[in-house]
Ligand binder design. Sequence first.
Ligand SMILES: Cc1ncc(COP(=O)(O)O)c(C=O)c1O
Length: 348
Amino acid sequence: MRCESILDAVGGSPLVRLRTVPAPGSAEVWAKVEGRNPTGSVKVRAALSMVRRAEAEGRLAPGGTLVESSSGNMAVALAMVAAACGYTLVAVIDPTTTPVNRAMLRAYGARTETVTRTDPHGGYQSVRLARARALAGQLPGAVLTHQYGNPANPAAHEDSTGPEIVRALGAAPDCVVAGVSSGGQVSGIGRALRRAGAGTVVCGADVRGSVLFGGSWAPHLVRGVGLSWVPENLDTSVLDEAYVLGDELSFAAARLLARHEGILAGGSSGLVLAVALRKAAELGPGRTVVAVLPDRGEKYLDQFYDDAWCAERGLDLRGWDLHRLRTAAGALRPAAYPARQAATGLAA
Ligand SMILES: Cc1ncc(COP(=O)(O)O)c(C=O)c1O
């Protein structure tokens, strides 16, 4: 193995039982706290996996260049892996990339290029990816890591995240919920559970305004989840159900998770938690639900954890309490999308 040291800390995040947030009479809810990874997010698992695969295939020479399209966690994760392994990352980012993420990219020595043009729907993702492809073609010896289509992304979760959950619980959970963008987490964890022969209900959670499970692209505030196209890495054959949630419920859930469980996480973690509460209420006592929480909350302290930031965006989260959260989560319904029928044989 070429990489060592800080990279040995990737993976092995804690699985924590939530004591207060789930409603009485619910299944157990366990949180896989991925914010404990280096760089503070789950994406470092996929970043390291993609770099190792490129090395193993002889596509990445010592001192080589990586190119990726990402506005946030994946860019930061790849920048760290690149720094630890002696590579240079060129990250194609966009105006929504936060000052903290830009500063982290700088600190790790990554180069950035910011796209400013949007696609016809008003998003940046497809424009970013096109620019990353072009750059990878121009820069000598550059490797496009391509989180959306690189099989090493879901493989990271099939080989580590999924098995870690089963090991920590001593058995496969009855349900697992993961946020979706590239599809790496949900597809990889789902495959690991299917391979183990588990009957686990695999749920994807996405933000309203993304097209992954139907609907059209629209602006949203929750970071990390969502995409304006359906990526190759989303393996819908291992997905049983998908849920699409709005910003307010996602942010409210994350804030209540911090206040009642002491876990400070990002907005997509709130989104995942709300779906986990919904499934836990449905499954009832004696069952287990795992919520994979993708990143830590410090980066969002001046965003949705700040009432003034919320008010500027028309959100008032001050009235949310556990009762309201459980009620809103309980009212969630699975999205109707063709893959659900293909995966389960059920009408959506
Ligand atoms: C905070 C956050 N949540 C969820 C996701 C979705 O994960 P995946 O790309 O594995 O589908 C990401 C991916 O960037 C993320 O950064």
